[in-house]
Design a protein around this ligand. Structure first.
Ligand code: ATP
Ligand code: ATP
Ligand code: CA
Length: 221
């Protein structure tokens, strides 16, 4: 991925925060890893650009680390919701530009939204939904929620549609869906035209309303 070099701070080095920290380092980013737990911090000494033992609910500590100058701060404190909220509040007050926070539950999320977290993530819930959708359906391989009612899904083409063109299937008119790309083995056809015949096993990348996607799935079943 072509990315501009930025400075990040990750607070809380559990599985989630730790994974973000590793990935950012892998992407060549400057990343400061912070945790209150010394052992956790030691694990990141050779991974992050800086690894610091600190309590992020201590405003003076965050100030002295110059937290305001980081492009993006991730708060990945898990079980201690109070610490997560307080940390976010302090980051906000210190003027941090971009704050991403991991929410533990819906109430936590609500509070984070109120105090102005820029991005709230819910990894366990979202991954759970994604996997549920995947295993509940025979045709959906993956999905990305765009809103409460719209998604992008990967649908595998079966006998019901193989050999037919998009025009013959009339996907847009009949289902209100757009096929934005077709993956065939290692190839990918972006914006396929109406004359494109679908082959068995093609992976269709489909965008649309969930209700329309459901109808298309029924059609395939
Ligand atoms: P996982 O991502 O593995 O599910 P979790 O979010 O459940 O982890 P926790 O162990 O609850 O993990 O919290 C993540 C990290 O946040 C821990 O390593 C913990 O030490 C750290 N942490 C908790 N409070 C603070 C704080 N005030 N300042 C800095 N780090 C903290
Ligand atoms: P429309 O009047 O629906 O915009 P169009 O003028 O773009 O269609 P074509 O591009 O020839 O006409 O496509 C004919 C039909 O084939 C479309 O109405 C649509 O149902 C289907 N189709 C073509 N391409 C796609 C696509 N990428 N995704 C979904 N359906 C498609
Ligand atoms: Ca956890």
């Amino acid at each position: 991925m072509a990315v501009q070099k930025k400075e990040f701070a990750v607070i809380g080095l559990g599985r989630f925060g730790g994974s973000i920290c590793r990935e950012l380092a892998q992407l060549g980013m400057e990343v400061m890893a912070m945790d209150i737990d010394e052992e956790r911090v030691n694990e990141f000494a050779n991974i992050a650009s800086h690894a610091v033992i600190a309590d992020s609910t201590d405003e003076m500590v965050l100030k002295s680390l110059g937290i305001r100058n980081f492009d993006h701060v991730v708060v990945a404190i898990g079980d201690n919701i109070q610490a997560s909220i307080l940390t976010t509040l302090i980051l906000k007050e210190l003027g941090v530009e971009n704050i991403t926070v991991k929410a533990q539950n819906d109430y936590h999320e609500k509070v984070l939204r109120k105090i102005g977290a820029d991005q709230i993530v819910h990894p366990e819930r979202d991954m759970g939904r994604r996997i549920a959708n995947n295993i509940a359906s025979n045709s959906v391989l993956d999905y990305l929620e765009l809103s409460d009612e719209h998604s992008i899904v990967e649908i595998i083409a079966n006998r019901a549609i193989s050999g037919q063109t998009l025009q013959a299937l009339n996907v847009r008119a009949r289902f209100g869906l757009n096929i934005v790309a077709i993956k065939r083995g290692r190839e990918i056809f972006v914006s396929p035209g109406a004359a494109e015949p679908i082959q068995m096993g093609d992976i269709l990348i489909v965008i649309g309303a969930d209700a329309d996607i459901d109808r298309f799935e029924q059609f395939l079943a």
